[in-house]
Write a new protein. Structure first.
Length: 121
């Protein structure tokens, strides 16, 4: 994924240099359109994925509630935004959760919400 992003970003930067618009090469645009098409058919509109939306929403709500009540457990950079930059806690918590990958969010949820004794079973 990092390599794809790196390729796309470099393509956009090099093709947009000295232009009034942000553009990408025809090859990158085709690849991006193909990826977008795949994501819609296989992820965004996929029946199996859609069936998990409610669980995902609850997971995010639980993480949000937890961090809103335990602000001191946020990474320091987020905590500083509230303390020194006076950003509202709800925005900082949202930004923290928004930066999580799916796997990390699930792992954090398990760590914070599921008793460790249950993992034995």
């Amino acid at each position: 994924m990092g390599e794809r992003l790196n390729t796309l970003i470099h393509d956009i930067v090099s093709n947009s240099e000295n232009k009034n618009d942000i553009i990408m090469s025809p090859e990158a645009e085709t690849a991006m359109r193909n990826l977008r098409s795949f994501m819609f058919s296989s992820v965004y509109l996929n029946k199996k994925a859609k069936s998990q939306e409610e669980q995902a929403e609850r997971l995010l709500e639980h993480l949000f509630d937890y961090y809103e009540k335990n602000l001191n457990e946020l990474p320091e950079e987020f905590y500083i935004r509230m303390e020194k930059m006076n950003e509202p806690s709800y925005q900082v918590v949202c930004d923290y959760i928004a930066g999580m990958t799916d796997r990390y969010a699930v792992a954090k949820f398990k760590e914070l919400m599921i008793p460790s004794a249950w993992s034995v079973y």
